[in-house]
Design a protein around this ligand. Structure first.
Ligand code: PEP
Ligand code: MN
Length: 354
């Protein structure tokens, strides 16, 4: 068996490179530093070089990208690596400028997927050779499957045939206790795969993780779940990056990660355990939410305790507790949960508060 045959029966897609193109020298450096790394895993991964030129930043004071000036830097770096170049497009002018420069791989960012007007404008842009183009549609910022599929449908409807999707996690604000920047919500990725079994789905491990240390575990998880590829941000010197400095890997870290992934026998593991892994992932996410809610509840209970002390009320009001308990036990029964177990859980929560 060849080395390369272990990981994947079909090759995976790897979109990697800096969050943003910053200068000709930076793009030149990343290409040189990644050349051997990418060649070393070319049996397992079809690589594409990424760099954002137009950056959709929440804050106007953040680095907005270098714009069209960076097109030749990205293209030269990709040519040096002998792989295609990919960039993010949000507006018609971005798409036209990048297409005219020769780029054929475009991703639609999460904020853009969230806006049907913008997707419609991109899909409707006159492009001479649509069959030469591959689109990568990131999930929208919120877990709204219709927005995600709506973007895919608009591109399909415009005549594009090469469409992939990227799972980059979701912004759930304070409702998540996830250690990651974005809550992965793997169930959404699974649902996308169910709806579009023929569309390759990649995981953007960097934007989910938010911190370089967490990127490998997210990437590994994605491979175990049978995802078709990865997007990973890599910078020659992440500390000095003008955007997403905390989550970008060094080329050496990328090399370690890819070696590790290539050594995993995911083809076999995926077949056996994708379903179990997905279910475990959902349990973990549910536990995260449960604990976030518990901690919010404790916080409120503390505030009630303070209020009662300030107003000379007794801290334990038995009648009120009985009422809460009865209501919860009745609810539990209706939902097929043993009321006695519900009572025990309530008692523990209640005494933890006090
Ligand atoms: C990016 O890939 O650089 C990016 C901005 O990602 P997202 O749209 O997932 O936030
Ligand atoms: Mn980024």
């Amino acid at each position: 068996m060849f080395n390369g045959e272990r990981l994947m029966v079909t090759k995976k897609i790897l979109i990697c490179g800096p969050c943003a193109a910053e200068s000709a020298a930076q793009m030149d450096a990343i290409a040189r530093l990644m050349k051997d790394v990418l060649q070393g895993v070319s049996a397992q991964f079809d690589s594409i070089l990424r760099a954002g030129l137009w950056k959709p930043r929440s804050q106007p004071s953040s680095f907005q990208g270098v714009g069209a000036e960076g097109l030749p830097w990205l293209i030269n770096a990709a040519d040096y690596l002998g792989i295609p170049a990919a960039t993010e497009v949000a507006q018609v002018e971005h798409l036209l400028a990048a297409y005219q420069a020769g780029i054929r791989h475009f991703w639609i960012g999460a904020r853009t997927t969230s806006n049907p007007f913008m997707v419609e404008a991109l899909a409707g842009t006159p492009i001479a050779d649509k069959q030469s183009v591959t689109w990568y549609v990131k999930n929208p910022t919120s877990p709204d499957m219709n927005l995600w599929s709506g973007a895919v449908e608009r591109l399909k409807g415009a005549g594009y045939e090469h469409i992939c999707a990227i799972h980059r996690g979701f912004a759930l604000g304070e409702h998540t206790a996830s250690v990651y920047r974005n809550a992965p919500m793997w169930s959404q990725a699974i649902e996308f795969k169910r709806r579009y079994p023929a569309i390759p789905l990649l995981t953007d491990a960097s934007h989910i993780a938010g911190k370089a240390d967490h990127v490998p575990e997210v990437a590994e998880q994605a491979m175990r779940m049978g995802m078709n590829g990865l997007m990973i941000e890599v910078h020659p010197d992440p500390q000095t990056a003008l955007s997403d400095a905390e989550q970008q890997l060094t080329p050496a870290q990328l090399s370690d990660l890819l070696q590790h992934l290539a050594a995993m026998d995911t083809a076999a593991q995926t077949a056996q355990s994708a379903e179990l892994t997905a279910l475990r992932q959902q349990i973990d996410e549910t536990d995260d939410e449960l604990w976030a809610l518990l901690s919010r509840r404790l916080d409120i209970a503390r505030q009630i305790g303070d209020y009662k002390r300030r107003h000379g009320l007794s801290v334990l009001q038995q009648a009120r507790y009985e009422e809460i308990l009865q209501r919860r036990m009745a609810w539990a029964k209706e939902h097929g949960i043993d009321p006695e177990s519900a009572k025990q859980i309530m008692d523990i929560i209640h005494t933890t508060v006090d």
